[in-house]
Ligand binder design. Structure first.
Ligand SMILES: Cc1cc2nc3c(=O)[nH]c(=O)nc-3n(C[C@H](O)[C@H](O)[C@H](O)COP(=O)(O)OP(=O)(O)OC[C@H]3O[C@@H](n4cnc5c(N)ncnc54)[C@H](O)[C@@H]3O)c2cc1C
Length: 407
C-alpha cells in the first residue's frame, strides 16, 4: 500500500507527486494513457507556455465567489521559476509569457519524468480509474480492469474535458460526484468561435491585429487586443481565444453572442473619418476598392466594403457619400460577426466550470466532502486566461496538495 495515490499523471498530478515524494512519502500515479504528461507536449504549440510573470487575480475565473487566487499566491511565479530551474529548465520570457529556453514542451515533460524517477515515484500507465471508496480510513481506488489500489490519501488530478484524445473525458467529475461533490456546468474555452458570416470564408487564412469584443445579448462583456485569424467556419487566434469564454458561456445559456473587431484600434472614430477623407483628397480618382490599399490587409478590404453596404466599388472614391463613409468607419471600428458557439471540447484548450471550489479548502486543496482526499488542476471550477495561467493553476494546486497530504 502506498501513502498517496494520485489519479491522473498530468501537470498537476506530476507536480503533486514530486512534492509529496520530496516530503518522503511513497507515491503511486495511476494514468489511463500509455504515458504520463501527454498533454504537456501539445501546450503552447509545442513550446509549453509554462507560466506567466504577470499573475493577477483578474486572469483566473470561477463561478464561485471564493478567493480563488490563494493557491497562486501561495505558489507564485517566483516559486514556479525556482522549481523548474532546479530541474534544469531556464525560463524564456516573451512579454509576460514564460516558456522553457529550449522552446520545447518535451523538455518540460522530460525533466518532470526524470525527477519522478529519481524520487522513485511509482507510475502505472493504462490504468483507468473508475471509482473511489473510503473504507476504514483507507482509500480503495478501483480501476476499469477490476484491480483495486489502496492508499491512505488520494489526489484527484484527472483534468477537465478539453481535448479528450489526451485522456480527459470527464470521468473524474462522476467519481467525485458520487463522493458528494457538485459539478458546476462546464463549457469549452480557449477555442475557436464559430460564425456563419460569409466574410469569414472570404477572408479565411488571413490574420489581422484587432481589438476583439465579445457582446452577449448586446452588452460588451470582454475586449482583447491581439491577432485574429479568419477560418472557413469562424474566428480564431489569441484575441478570440481570450474572449471565447464569454462566447461559449453565452452559447450554453442560449444567449445571443457576437464578436466585433475594431480593425483600427489606434484611432478614434472621428480620426478614422478624417483619415478616410485625407486619403480621398490625396487620390480622388482611385477606385473605392483601392481606397484602403496599404492601410488594411488586401483580403479584408472587399469584405469590409461589402459589410458597409458600399456598392459599385469600382467608381472613384470621391463619389462616396458622407453616409457611406460613416458606414465604412462603423465597420472598421466594429466589424460584426454573429457567433454560433465554439468548435467545442475537441478543439478547446481548457474547460471552464467543474468541481465547485466551495467544497475545497484552497489552503490545502483538501476536499470538504471526504477525508484525506485532495483535488487539483483543471477538474476544479477555475480556469485561467490564455498565456500560461492554466498550467500555473495546475502547478500551484498540485504543489499545495502534495505538501498538505504529506503532513
Ligand atoms: C492544445 C492545448 C494547449 C495548451 N497550452 C497551454 C499553455 O501553453 N499554457 C497553459 O498554461 N495551459 C495550456 N493548456 C492547458 C493545460 O495544459 C491544462 O490546463 C493543464 O494541463 C491541466 O492540468 P491537469 O493536471 O489538471 O490535467 P491534465 O494535464 O489534463 O492531466 C490529467 C491526466 O489525468 C488522466 N486521467 C483522466 N481521467 C483518468 C482516469 N479516470 N484514470 C486515470 N487517469 C485519468 C489523463 O489522461 C491526463 O493525463 C493547453 C491545453 C491544450 C489542450
Amino acid at each position: 500500500m502506498n501513502d498517496i495515490i494520485i489519479i491522473g499523471g498530468g501537470a498537476s498530478g506530476m507536480m503533486a507527486a514530486i512534492t509529496a515524494a520530496r516530503e518522503g512519502k511513497s507515491v503511486l500515479i495511476l494514468e489511463r494513457l500509455n504515458r504520463i504528461g501527454k498533454k504537456i507536449l501539445v501546450t503552447g504549440n509545442g513550446r509549453c507556455n509554462v507560466s506567466n510573470t504577470n499573475l493577477k487575480p483578474e486572469h483566473f475565473h470561477s463561478r464561485s465567489q471564493k478567493a480563488i487566487f490563494g493557491p497562486i499566491e501561495a505558489f507564485d511565479y517566483g516559486k514556479t521559476e525556482a522549481f523548474f530551474k532546479e530541474l534544469g529548465i531556464e525560463p524564456l520570457i516573451e512579454g509576460t509569457k514564460v516558456y522553457p529556453r529550449s522552446e520545447q514542451a518535451n523538455s518540460v515533460l522530460d525533466v518532470l519524468r526524470m525527477e519522478l524517477e529519481e524520487l522513485e515515484v511509482d507510475v502505472l500507465t493504462e490504468v483507468k480509474v473508475v471509482g473511489l471508496k473510503n473504507k476504514k480510513s483507507v482509500w480503495e481506488v478501483e480501476a476499469e480492469s477490476g484491480e483495486v489500489y489502496m492508499a491512505e490519501k488520494v489526489i484527484m488530478a484527472t483534468g477537465g474535458l478539453a481535448n479528450a484524445s489526451l485522456g480527459c473525458d470527464g470521468l473524474g467529475y462522476e467519481i467525485l460526484k458520487k463522493l458528494g461533490h457538485t459539478v458546476i456546468p462546464t463549457y469549452p474555452i480557449l477555442v475557436h468561435a464559430l460564425s456563419s458570416s460569409p466574410y469569414c470564408k472570404m477572408m479565411k487564412g488571413t490574420k489581422v491585429k484587432a481589438v476583439a469584443s465579445a457582446y452577449v445579448n448586446g452588452k460588451c462583456e470582454r475586449e482583447e487586443f491581439g491577432e485574429v485569424l479568419f477560418t472557413e467556419d469562424g474566428l480564431s487566434g489569441p484575441a478570440i481565444f481570450q474572449i471565447s469564454r464569454n462566447i461559449s458561456c453565452a452559447h450554453i445559456q442560449k444567449k445571443k453572442a457576437m464578436v466585433t473587431l475594431d480593425l483600427v484600434p489606434e484611432q478614434s472614430y472621428d480620426e478614422v473619418v478624417a483619415m478616410i477623407y485625407e486619403r480621398i483628397a490625396a487620390k480622388p480618382e482611385r477606385s473605392i476598392e483601392l481606397l484602403l490599399m496599404g492601410f488594411l490587409n488586401k483580403r479584408v478590404i472587399v469584405p469590409v466594403l461589402k459589410c458597409a453596404d458600399i456598392n459599385s466599388i469600382h467608381r472613384n472614391c470621391d463619389t462616396l457619400e458622407y453616409e457611406e463613409v460613416e458606414h465604412l468607419v462603423k465597420v472598421l471600428k466594429g466589424f460584426p460577426f454573429e457567433t454560433q458557439g465554439t468548435r467545442g471540447y475537441k478543439y478547446a484548450q481548457v474547460t471552464a466550470g467543474g468541481i465547485s471550489v466551495d467544497e475545497i479548502d484552497l489552503e490545502t486543496m483538501a476536499s470538504l466532502k471526504a477525508p484525506h482526499l485532495y483535488v487539483t488542476g483543471e477538474i476544479l471550477d477555475v480556469d485561467g486566461d490564455c498565456g500560461g495561467y492554466n498550467l500555473q493553476w495546475a502547478w500551484a494546486t498540485g504543489y499545495i496538495a502534495g505538501i498538505n497530504c504529506s503532513k
